[in-house]
Design a protein around this ligand. Sequence first.
Ligand SMILES: Cc1cc2nc3c(=O)[nH]c(=O)nc-3n(C[C@H](O)[C@H](O)[C@H](O)COP(=O)(O)OP(=O)(O)OC[C@H]3O[C@@H](n4cnc5c(N)ncnc54)[C@H](O)[C@@H]3O)c2cc1C
Length: 290
Amino acid sequence: MNNIEITIPKTLQEALELISGGNEGIGIIAGGTDVVAGMRQGSNRFGGINQLVDVNHIKEMKGITGAGGIVTIGAAETFSGIISNKIIRKELPLLAKACGTIGSVQIRNRATIAGNFVNNAPCADTVPVLLAYDSTIEIKSLAGKRELPLAEFLKAPYRTQLNSDEIVTSIKVPLPKGDFKGDFYKLGRRRAVAISRITLALLIEIKESRINRLRIASGAVTPIGTRFNGIEKEFEGKTADEKTLKAIASRLGERVIEVTGLRWSSEYKLPVVQQICYQMLYSAVYGGGK
Ligand SMILES: Cc1cc2nc3c(=O)[nH]c(=O)nc-3n(C[C@H](O)[C@H](O)[C@H](O)COP(=O)(O)OP(=O)(O)OC[C@H]3O[C@@H](n4cnc5c(N)ncnc54)[C@H](O)[C@@H]3O)c2cc1C
């Protein structure tokens, strides 16, 4: 790695001033688990950087609060902080589960939630869950503040809407109202410290034996985390029986292929995505495993 100057601002204002000059050599570092690994590997995403602004000591970007039906997570909150938070465990269990699958304890103690979706690797494990929960992110610059849905923020693999003078300050997750059941599933090549090959996050609400609301989001198996609004609309209102659940799973497989195109791995991934989706739906609707 080249010599890098690290600046540690104590306030958000200070950090925003540091990155405001249009200097392309300045980057942001939080936990550093993507930045440092990327720099060591010579990734051109971090190639021109000679100064890093460390956002870990900015109080406004830490902590988790709940008010008015919205949970606000500081952008620099670590996965360990999220997993151990009572509100998250009770109200947003899919997020707690996804964070618990990330890396190892050492990684979870350092890595932050914003780092995960700003890096926007296809395999970023919090993304499908945050999409299923309809999360919004707050971004600040010296010019002011903007909020946008995470689904809009993510543009392409390793690319987002973030401008060079902006910092993500928090993630706002509305508590799902109603009787949602659901799960997060991660498939990797091994059981621990695994890079995801397929992730799915799913929430379903049944009313009078019909699907009232459905939310499905994928990661890793699609180029970026993707919410399947079309499938959700198609099946809302349908009878929640095994035939419908199989049809949802089948449609998801078709959509994944439409998004990714046929690849050498499709023959394996398609039936696996469909089976995982069906099992998750079955457990959510009927309880237990399938
Ligand atoms: C051994 C190992 C295992 C891993 N396992 C997993 C895994 O299982 N699942 C998974 O999803 N990921 C995994 N990762 C990747 C990584 O840990 C996560 O993506 C993590 O969330 C990155 O967070 P960070 O705070 O370390 O980000 P950093 O490396 O500090 O930053 C990542 C990117 O986000 C930007 N950034 C960070 N915070 C902000 C902010 N507040 N505002 C604007 N930009 C910001 C940085 O400029 C940089 O571009 C692993 C990494 C390692 C090294």
